[in-house]
Design a protein around this ligand. Structure first.
Ligand code: ADP
Ligand code: MG
Length: 279
């Protein structure tokens, strides 16, 4: 991101941002965003310029072949990685650095090995220097929700991979961020826990109105959770299609038997018949 772009963010753009929100441009706006990694072995074009918008409070899911740039996209939205071109606006504010209004869950739990489960969950609170006392009940409730009650004092190595991942989901939620960015968060979980987490995540999202961007390689999971599913092409990734999921807001696992559900799963799967498999 150029200094000029950062500079623009301060004065006039501040008012433009307010106008954007008023004009209904809250949420996440991706405009002409591309990424080419520069490496010693040459350039790796990873994402073609993308344009789309995620509404505030929307559950937005991205599926695509391995290496098509899904994680790259998520890292750019979080501000961890600068785009090679284009603009990312969160609530009308240009993203130029990591920002506090997101909770991130990665493929690997990335828990700190020297902190116990509770202290890992409270990490964002400590980093933001918020009141531990205030957030402790929330942390405990989240741990209970994901079935980790009684494991608060355990160290990460004493938990299974699935339990570690559930702790990292609690950590992403503890400071009550407006946006949740999730990169294949349930990949390490067994099928039953994964379904339970899907239902729980849906409930949390509906109740809190959080904006969720989730990457998954499970097409049924994508359709079960999403308001809209973005299907990506192979690298360098582009948008193959965006589907609205015409199911109600509150879905039980029975929704997976709905003909509307199975039809959409099939339709999305067709995108990959001619491509290599998903992750
Ligand atoms: P996905 O999450 O869809 O599997 P990624 O976003 O991780 O894909 O990566 C997209 C492409 O960019 C891949 O081909 C990957 O090898 C490449 N890539 C990712 N990170 C780097 C990096 N730091 N340097 C060079 N190439 C990278
Ligand atoms: Mg990835």
């Amino acid at each position: 991101m150029s200094t000029a772009a950062t500079g623009v963010r301060q004065n006039p753009a501040h008012f433009r941002a307010a106008a954007d929100v008023a004009a209904g441009t809250s949420g996440i706006r991706i405009s002409g965003v591309s990424k080419t990694y520069r490496s010693r072995d040459g350039d790796v074009p990873s994402l073609r310029p993308l344009d789309f918008h995620i509404d505030e409070g929307e559950f937005f899911v991205v599926v695509g072949p391995s290496g098509c740039g899904k994680s790259t996209l998520l890292k750019m939205i979080s501000g961890l990685l600068p785009p090679s071109s284009g603009d990312i606006l969160v609530d009308g504010e240009r993203v130029t650095k990591p920002h506090g209004n997101v909770g991130i869950v990665f493929q690997n739990s990335l828990l700190l090995p020297w902190r116990n489960v509770l202290n890992n969950v409270l990490l964002p609170i400590d980093m933001k220097q918020l009141s531990r006392e205030k957030y402790l009940p929330r942390a405990m409730a989240l741990l209970k929700m994901v079935g980790l009650e009684g494991f608060e004092k355990k160290l990460p190595w004493q938990l299974s991979g699935g339990m570690q991942q559930r702790a990292s989901i609690c950590r992403a939620l503890v400071h009550d961020p407006k946006i949740m960015l999730m990169d294949e968060p349930f990949g390490a979980l067994d099928a039953m826990t994964r379904e339970r987490m899907n239902v729980e995540l849906q409930r949390i999202q509906r109740e809190t109105g959080k904006t969720v961007l989730l990457i998954t390689h499970s097409i049924p999971e994508a359709v079960f959770l999403a308001d809209r599913v973005l299907v990506m092409t192979e690298r360098p990734g582009a948008i193959a299609a965006i589907y609205e999921v015409p199911l109600g807001k509150n879905r039980s696992l029975e929704a997976m038997g709905d003909p509307v559900f199975t039809e959409l799963v099939q339709r999305i799967r067709k995108h990959f018949f001619t491509q290599s498999a998903l992750d």
